[in-house]
Design a protein around this ligand. Structure first.
Ligand SMILES: [Zn+2]
Length: 168
C-alpha cells in the first residue's frame, strides 16, 4: 500500500513551502509549488529533490494544465521518489509488478465468479420453468398432477377416470 496516498495537501499556513525552505529562499505568495509541497512535506520534497531535482520537478508539475492534474502529478512523483528512497536499484518497479500481478489475479477471480454466477442464474431459470432450454426439453420437469393436469385439456378423461375410481 502506498504510504503517501491520501495525504493532507493543505497550504503552507503562512510559512515557506518545503521547496523554498529547502532552497533557502523566500516563499512568495505566487510560489508555484507551495500548494503541492507545504512545509510539513519536507521529507517528501527531499526524496523528490534527490530523484528529479527542483527544475525537473517544477517542469513535470507545470506540464499539467489543471490544479487537479498538478496535485496528481505531485502525488505520483512523490510516490515514485519515496520508493526510490526505499529501494535505490528498483524503485517502484517491484511495487508496480506486484500490483499488476494482484490485478491479473483479481481479474481472473472476477471472471470465474461471473461465470459461476451466470451458471447459477441459468439453473435458477431452469428450475423456475421460465426458460426453455435444450436440457429442459430432453428431460422434462415432473410436476404434481394437481397443477399440470388441471390445465391440460387432453387429461380431462384421465382426470375424470381418476375421480370416478376414487368415488367408488
Ligand atoms: Zn515556496
Amino acid at each position: 500500500m502506498c504510504s503517501v496516498r491520501g495525504r493532507d495537501w493543505g497550504m503552507t499556513g503562512g510559512g515557506a513551502c518545503a521547496v523554498c525552505k529547502h532552497q533557502r529562499r523566500k516563499c512568495e505568495p505566487n510560489c508555484e509549488l507551495a500548494a503541492y509541497f507545504p512545509a510539513h512535506r519536507m521529507n517528501d520534497f527531499r526524496a523528490l529533490h534527490l530523484v528529479f531535482g527542483v527544475a525537473n520537478l517544477t517542469k513535470l508539475i507545470k506540464a499539467n494544465a489543471t490544479d487537479a492534474g498538478r496535485r496528481r502529478a505531485a502525488e505520483t512523483l512523490t510516490w515514485e521518489a519515496r520508493w526510490r528512497e526505499r529501494d535505490p536499484s528498483e524503485g517502484c518497479y517491484r511495487e508496480v509488478a506486484c500490483l499488476r500481478r494482484d490485478n491479473a489475479a483479481l481479474r481472473a477471480d472476477n471472471a470465474a465468479l461471473r461465470r459461476q454466477l451466470a451458471e447459477h442464474h441459468q439453473l435458477l431459470l431452469l428450475c423456475s420453468g421460465d426458460m426453455p432450454a435444450p436440457a429442459a426439453q430432453a428431460m422434462p420437469v415432473v410436476c404434481p398432477a394437481t397443477t399440470r393436469a388441471a390445465h391440460d385439456p387432453s387429461n380431462n378423461n384421465r382426470d375424470s377416470n381418476v375421480n370416478t375410481s376414487n368415488a367408488r
